[in-house]
Design a protein around this ligand. Sequence first.
Ligand code: NDP
Length: 329
Amino acid sequence: MATAKAWVLKKHFEGFPKPSDFDLKKIELPKLKDGEILLESVFLSVDPYMRPYSKRDMKEGDIMIGTQVARITESKNPAFVVGSFVIANVGWRTHFISSGKGLRALPSTWPESLPRSLALGTVGMPGLTAYFGLLEVCKIKPGDTVLVNAAAGAVGSVVGQLAKIGGCKVVGCAGSDQKVAYLKNIGFDEVFNYKTVPSLEEALHKASPDGYDCFFDNVGGEFASVAIHQMKKYGRIAVCGAISLYNDLVPQKGPYIQYPMIFKELQMEGFIVHRWINRWEEGQQALLKWVLEGKIKYHEQITEGFDNMPAAFIGMLKGENLGKAIVKV
Ligand code: NDP
């Protein structure tokens, strides 16, 4: 018998999440039945979507939603071998029992030398968000100028590097000088700290005086309202996220986007990465190959200890992460 620790949503977030909104519970797990397996979480992901989805999908007392890389520690299911690793989507818990349904194996080509935590980041859902968002929504082509915000994060850092692989010029924005330096180091053409530039409008113009063909928007709100005016005619905007709005108590108002949408004849499309779930393997194999070839670099912000999950989540929302925010149990 194993005892699991699990973080529950004690109280729905009001504004910015606080440590007191979470509760750590212990759950005694029963003995395995035939067909079942016992797993222990090794790496857990903290992601921005947890903030809006908690409001939409959860009730107080529910275990926090989320994905982990987990190791099989006991098996009464011949399809699952003890010691192997899978991706599970069972929320913030250290141990769990599964029938195997919904578990996803790491790609069989995964080399021993590569951290398995990348399956939650650059070679996982965030990397695939960059991959499908750029290919299928932005529809990048060589010579395009691509703008991405939250550029030093899990999605943004892959967006910029994939756009470079695709022959584009890449402009990125991030919220610290350390992040700016990192992005320059991994090949972004122009980068600025959106928190310290005197004028966002001027910084965007200086980075690309001719404007932008593609805008991969992770932030929304005021940033997007300013950036949309600097799109080129027929520009494409992929609305991936709106992290600047997730903690708002009162919905923000305009400015409104119709003028630039009409007069620049823009295309703007929201998307959720799971639209391409049937192409997951294609995307993962492509990302894995580029990582192994050194064409996509990665950085992970690893927080040690399951007990620190709320702190890692809150820190990520505050911008404390460079690259993918991960918790190592
Ligand atoms: P990140 O790793 O980028 O972490 C979040 C980052 O957002 C922070 O590090 C911070 O960086 C930035 N940020 C936080 N608050 C603000 C703000 N008010 N204004 C500007 N930037 C802010 O997260 P992900 O890469 O996992 O996610 C990025 C975006 O993509 C999110 O909006 C997320 O919801 C979305 N997403 C959408 C998916 C989809 O299917 N549509 C799938 C996955 C993610 P900084 O220091 O630069 O401010």
